[in-house]
Design a protein. Structure first.
Ligand SMILES: [Zn+2]
Length: 309
């Protein structure tokens, strides 16, 4: 079990950076997996901006810990990652266009330590596995998009093209919205932060918290939007349950900051899907569902595990 912790002084075990389109989050983990230091900074766009931001976060971690950080650094990034070559592909969210970016080597040069690059959702799945203590774990990230990281028999399953767990692009509604991937009615067009922002626009602040509060207060439109969103998340959980049949399914990502009300509604939708299907109901998917602890830096902690494993 990894638990947040304030105390310093335990041996440093691992360093991880989670580079997102908006924020870059860095953590230093102690030997026992607790968090020795964490830093969050805004990510600057483009290849040079990303490397500059990573360096700034790394330096801040080093200051916080008060000792040189010489261990390999694990780095999680959105997009397709060629782990063997340390290349990042399709990094549109980071403002990196064009050819493959040799991000691993660029970061290693700048930070002065070896770097291991991994897809951010895959990295988070390793932390979800550590949190759950199970060997078969699916981590479902409901962030700007929708994607899953798969840990099977204790090992990350990336797939032949790094596309394992890209469940956001599973079409579920032929009459649904067009997806950025070119298909129609993908899960991501229903169950993602981007979909929520369209269905429940808010002038400022994240729409998810606003939506769940309005629905809890009895707003009929909010209830309809919330229920379709949670039906989408439940459909993703069902698809993962039927393909992987994992011990645990852990919800994370930006939208999961809503906390317990999200889990409760997804469980309700899962039970509704199981009505009329003794087979589906017998799988007990709702009982295997849990959430990343609120505010826990799961992707950065997972990136640290990537480098230490
Ligand atoms: Zn799609």
């Amino acid at each position: 079990m990894i638990a947040p912790r304030d105390a310093r002084g335990a041996g440093t075990r691992a360093v991880g950076l989670d580079i997102g389109g908006t924020k870059t989050h860095g953590v230093v983990l102690a030997e026992d997996g607790s968090i020795l230091a964490q830093v969050r900074e805004s990510t600057r766009s483009g290849a040079e901006g990303v490397v500059d931001t990573a360096e700034r976060v790394f330096e801040a971690l080093r200051r916080d810990v008060g000792e040189p950080l010489t261990l390999p650094v694990g780095v999680g990034v959105p997009g397709l990652v060629d782990v063997g070559r340390g290349m990042l592909r399709h990094a549109v969210n980071l403002g990196v266009n064009g050819d493959d970016l040799p991000l691993r080597d660029l970061l290693a040069d700048r930070l002065g330590v070896p770097v291991v690059l991994e897809n951010d959702v895959n990295a988070a799945a390793l932390a979800a596995r550590a949190l759950s203590g199970a060997d078969d774990v699916v981590y479902l990230s409901v962030g700007t998009g929708l994607a899953a990281g798969l840990v099977i028999d204790g090992r990350l399953r990336r797939g032949e093209h790094g596309a394992a767990g890209e469940i956001g692009h599973l079409p579920v509604d032929p009459a649904g919205a067009e997806c950025g991937c070119g298909q129609t009615g993908c899960l991501e067009t229903i169950a993602s932060g981007r979909a929520l922002a369209r269905a429940w626009p808010t002038p400022d602040g994240p729409p998810a918290a606003d939506l769940f509060a309005a629905a809890a207060a009895g707003d009929v439109k909010a209830i309809a939007v919330r229920d379709r969103f949670c039906w989408g998340v439940a459909s993703a959980v069902r698809a993962l349950g039927l393909t992987i049949d994992p011990e645990r399914i852990v919800l994370g990502g930006g939208v999961s900051e809503v906390g317990e009300p999200l889990r409760v509604e997804v469980v309700r939708q899962l039970r509704a899907l199981g009505e009329g299907s003794p087979f589906l109901a017998s799988l007990g998917l709702a009982d295997r569902l849990s959430m990343v602890p609120l505010h826990y830096p799961v992707a950065a902690a997972g990136a640290a595990l990537v480098a230490s494993g």
